[in-house]
Design a protein around this ligand. Structure first.
Ligand SMILES: [Zn+2]
Length: 144
């Protein structure tokens, strides 16, 4: 199961991380899933509502999530994933990322931003069906 997106969208989510550095950026991925993979067709930048520790925590406000769901539905799309940045940390999910991930079948994209420059971007598919058996699976990113 690959994550498939255009060069423009890929650049956009990476640039977002550079713009928000040294804080974490976050956003929502809209698109469609099929047997060929998860196709991202647009992304929505979200405000980082964590004020206590915005450099290493991200949170998407419920009202932003609801607005995103509405926008997706109106366009015949789904929320297919989320992205955020790791300022001066590797593009690997943290314990907090895992604990706060609840959207099974969705992708979680993480971009490492070192000294303000986007480096590696990784994608992880949240697999499983319950909080007990959930797991992140590394997922190839196809930029086309
Ligand atoms: Zn994270």
């Amino acid at each position: 199961m690959s994550l498939i997106l255009s060069r423009a969208l890929y650049d956009d989510l990476r640039t977002h991380g550079e713009e928000i550095y040294p804080n974490e950026c976050c956003g929502i991925l809209l698109g469609r899933s099929d047997s060929g993979g998860i196709h991202v067709t647009s992304l929505l930048r979200a405000g980082n509502t964590r004020t206590d520790s915005a450099h290493n925590r991200y949170h998407i406000a419920p009202e932003e999530l609801i607005a995103a769901q509405r926008q997706a539905r109106n366009s015949g799309l789904d929320i297919v994933g989320f992205y955020h940045s790791h300022p001066d940390h590797p593009a690997q999910w943290s314990k907090t990322d895992f604990a706060e991930a609840h959207w099974f079948g969705c992708t979680y994209v993480i971009t490492a931003v070192a000294k303000g420059k986007a480096e590696l971007t990784n994608s992880f598919l949240l697999s499983g069906t319950t909080e007990e058996d959930k797991r992140f699976e590394a997922q190839p990113i196809v930029v086309e």
